[in-house]
Design a protein around this ligand. Structure first.
Ligand code: GAP
Length: 440
């Protein structure tokens, strides 16, 4: 398979691996499963956390001009009135009168033919279906107030603009970053965790002087592409696609999507948008608060423009899984290996005593104690060593450390590298620095 064509067979392999090895489970599976909702298992939670940590490190920790935020998921209708979500955040929904299937009109190849039953001319009139989840705060009674689960993390940053500006002593250009859950009542969720009703986003709002917005937009497009490439994405499977004019939101003067070549074709991982002063102006008008900036150096007051790189954490974690998946033939056997960048790998190290014999256990525990404080490590003493290597390859563990009977004499262990399967004999005294040279 050439690297720049989609690989449809990869989809089932990733879904199977996710279930079999504990990356992702269907939610409420013991009750028959809750459609389009997923739980991240012991390995999935580590992968997802590593994706979010890599984003936070690059977007917040390594920068002097971006600060973090963790805003509430529940918010009152005023926020969504001002943002335009109550009026506009909807998809056109059609029902097929022949088979009762529901579809998003804008996603149909032929707007008159139902892809479920193949009948033509059976759709109802399109209705706008608002994607926000609504609930009530307080006991459900006459006094209960409507509230919404946020459909994006972005509004938390806009409504806290003045709070952050005054408390952090930042001034434009500066950004506010946030990672968290968002909720959309998608009409057609699907493709595993690609489109779900509950998902995680990694968003940053970068507030800039209006005259600098184009420059910063281009800067962030480049930065964000580099982030994926630096973490090991194949350059043939990732691209930046500028939106055509008819795709742009009415307030956006430029949007580009970072797209990945999924098994079903190119699809979005992240949108980078030049949002102008739309959001701050809307919230200033609706709240009556001043959401602008006084630039003392130039003696002028202005409403900053916003550049927004908005990525999906859950979607990106799946893309990294797909990008890392590899099968190779070794001695007539197929070896499955996840060639994940070590920063994303769920476990960095696995400690494997050659046998379960009591004589090896104390030393194996000693090795686990050496590595566990610094790296997420697995400890596995069951099955043959070959099977245990295969298990670790399949979940992307970069280094396996084997404790054998010789270890008891020479105080050295065998370290096996995932991609090359090369083995080194390393003295226990040197193990931490050996791994640090390769992992940190
Ligand atoms: N604040 C702008 C915003 O939310 P978006 O393009 O609607 O923009 C940003 O969402 C990213 O969030 C998307 O590129 C995608 O990665 C992720 N995302 C959006 N809807 C999703 C869904 N239903 N399931 C999983 N990820 C989703």
């Amino acid at each position: 398979m050439s690297s720049d064509t989609p690989d449809p067979a990869l989809f089932d392999k990733i879904v199977n691996l996710s279930k079999r090895r504990g990356f992702v489970f269907q939610s409420a599976e013991i009750y028959g499963g809750f459609r389009s909702t997923y739980d991240y298992g012991p390995l999935g939670v580590l992968l997802l956390r590593n994706v979010k940590d890599a984003w936070w490190r690059s977007m917040v920790q390594l920068r002097h001009d971006v600060v973090g935020l963790d805003a509430s998921i529940l918010s009152p209708p005023q926020v969504w009135q001002a943002s335009g979500h109550l009026a506009n955040f909807s998809d056109p929904l059609v029902d097929c009168t022949n088979c009762n299937a529901r579809h998003r009109l804008d996603k149909l190849e032929d707007p008159d033919t139902c892809p479920t039953c193949g009948e033509t001319g059976t759709f109802t009139e399109a209705r706008d279906f608002n994607l926000m989840f609504k609930t009530q705060a307080g006991p459900v009674a006459e006094t209960a107030a409507d509230v919404y689960l946020r459909p994006e993390t972005a509004q938390g940053m806009f409504i806290n603009f003045a709070n952050v500006l005054t408390t952090s002593r930042k001034k434009p250009p500066f950004g506010i970053a946030q990672i968290g859950k968002s909720f959309r009542n998608e009409i057609t969720p699907g493709n595993f965790v690609f489109r779900t009703r509950e998902f995680e986003q990694m968003e940053m709002e970068f507030f800039v002087p209006p005259s600098e917005s184009t420059e910063w937009y281009e800067y962030w497009c480049e930065q964000r592409m580099n982030w994926y490439l630096d973490l090991g994405m194949d350059p043939n499977k990732i691209r930046l696609r500028a939106h055509d004019d008819d795709e742009l939101s009415h307030y956006s003067s430029g949007t580009s999507d970072v797209e990945y070549l999924f098994p079903w074709g190119w699809d979005e991982l992240e949108g980078i948008a030049n949002r102008g002063d739309y959001d701050l102006t809307q919230h200033a008008e609706h709240s009556g608060e001043k959401l602008d900036f006084f630039d003392q150096a130039n003696n002028e007051r202005y409403t900053p423009h916003v550049i927004e790189p908005a990525a999906g954490a859950t979607r990106t974690a799946m893309a990294f899984l797909m990008a890392a998946y590899d099968e190779e033939t070794v001695n007539d056997d197929t070896r499955t290996v996840l060639r994940l960048d070590a920063r994303l790998a769920p476990y960095k190290v696995a400690v494997l005593p050659l046998s379960k014999k009591d004589t090896l256990t104390p030393t194996a525990h000693e090795i686990f104690d050496i590595v566990k404080g610094r790296w997420m490590a697995d400890y596995d003493e069951t099955q043959s060593i070959g099977k245990r290597y295969a298990r670790q390859d399949e979940v992307g563990t970069p280094y396996c450390v084997t404790v054998d009977f010789e270890t008891l004499d020479d105080r050295a262990v065998t370290v096996r590298e995932r991609d090359t399967r090369a083995q080194d004999r390393v003295s226990i005294d040197q193990l931490e620095s050996y791994l640090a040279d390769r992992l940190d």
